[in-house]
Design a binder for this molecule. Structure first.
Ligand SMILES: Cc1ncc(COP(=O)(O)O)c(C=O)c1O
Length: 383
């Protein structure tokens, strides 16, 4: 049932990826394969206890296995295991994350945005409500009684009051009831669910936006489940109207690991005002800042100009990476206390030597190795 040709494609592309590192000294993983196969054999037999989500006969779960394309891409990336938390943890994938998030934002009609991928919808919603709290301190959150249960919990975590708004007979937030609550005051954010988890219903976003103009609350759209339905044809006028109105929301959550057919866990949070990035700004010594760009969690949004270079703790060692050339001299002091320093060299051996000299002035360099053009390692004395 599983497509074997898929595995052949994966094998070919893994060889291509492998070949792109061929300038590195030869190395092969030495773990014994036979015991791995017996562990894998136990795993495959235990996995058979799952329902066959992939089979067209299986209708009981709202979620699906990933698209074959996503499955292949994910498997390929596992051989590198990049981490987009910082650029040196995932240079290529950080760039791809920005491209993917921009395409998701475009899907909702946003040209400008700030956003990034998360581990899932819950965390994405938490970030959206956290920003709501930062912008409207002391106000409460309102969501329909069919909103995902985590909104109430997230509000509690964020120490925000939470109000549950009843639904009408078709499972959509009752707008009259919402207005009554708004008149009482203090609702700073309304969570509008487009695709309720239990019923698949869409809150009347267009009507709620009309109330926003009067009562000036933030609108956060939780489209974790239903957001991708904006790509569907044949929707009713009410559904189409609600989905198209998403362009006017302040923030949106959508889950690529649901109807985006990506592997778990992949959520996405989007803000229509990139200026909210000011609340993400941080000064942690272990998260990497690139020249002229700031690394937010999982996203290099390019919002915060800066010249800082961070050191990143990796177990017992510390690593730092930076662009070669003049930056080397300017920032070599940051290497104090580092044990491994990876230096991507932009041009020429002269600059490499300059950089090496500058680093040696600040930390005790005990060895150096050129891996391939553009990549150079300095081994410095232990911390
Ligand atoms: C509308 C809605 N919001 C949020 C979530 C939570 O998403 P996750 O399970 O990815 O954390 C779900 C999950 O079903 C959902 O349907």
């Amino acid at each position: 049932m599983f497509n074997q040709e898929e595995l052949a494609i994966l094998a070919r592309q893994l060889s291509a990826l492998d070949a792109s590192f061929s300038l590195l000294p030869d190395y092969e993983e030495s773990e014994a394969l036979a015991p791995m196969e017996s562990v894998l054999s136990e795993l495959s037999s235990r996995m058979a206890d799952n329902y066959p989500y992939f089979h067209p006969f299986y209708l009981g779960q709202m979620l699906k296995p990933p698209h074959p394309m996503a499955r292949l891409a994910y498997s390929l990336c596992l051989y590198i295991n990049p981490n987009n938390h910082a650029l040196d943890g995932g240079r290529a994938t950080s760039a791809m994350e920005k491209e993917a998030v921009a395409e998701i934002a475009n899907m909702f009609g946003w040209r400008e945005h700030l956003g990034h991928l998360t581990g899932g919808g819950t965390f994405a919603n938490l970030e959206a409500l956290w920003i709501a709290k930062m912008l409207r301190p002391g106000t409460s959150v309102a969501a329909s009684e069919l909103a995902h249960y985590t909104h109430e919990r997230i509000s509690r975590v964020l120490d925000m009051e939470f109000e549950k708004i009843p639904c009408d007979a078709s499972g959509r937030m009752d707008v009259l009831e919402l207005e009554t609550r708004l008149q009482r005051g203090n609702i700073g954010t309304v969570v509008v669910t487009l695709g309720t988890t239990a019923a698949g219903t869409l809150d009347p976003l267009d009507a709620i936006l009309a109330l926003k103009r009067k009562y000036r609350f933030r609108v956060h759209v939780d489209a974790a489940y239903g957001g991708y339905f904006t790509l569907c044809e044949g929707l009713s006028a009410a559904s189409r109207g609600a989905l198209e109105a998403m362009a006017q929301a302040d923030s949106i959550v959508v889950d690529p690991h649901k109807h985006g057919m990506q592997p778990y866990g992949c959520g996405c949070v989007l803000f229509n005002d990139p200026g909210v990035g000011i609340h993400y700004k941080h000064d942690s010594p272990y998260t990497y800042f690139q020249f002229g760009r700031a690394a937010f969690r999982g996203d290099q949004s390019g919002m915060l100009p800066g010249r800082r270079i961070g050191r990143r703790a990796l177990g017992h060692s510390k690593a730092a990476a930076f662009s070669g050339g003049r930056g080397v001299c300017r920032c070599a002091s940051m290497f104090q206390g580092c044990r491994h320093v990876t230096v991507p060299v932009v041009r020429g051996r002269g600059r490499l030597r300059d950089g090496y000299g500058a680093c040696a002035g600040y930390c005790s360099v005990v060895g150096a190795r050129r891996h391939c053009p553009g990549q150079f390692s300095l081994i410095t004395k232990g911390v």
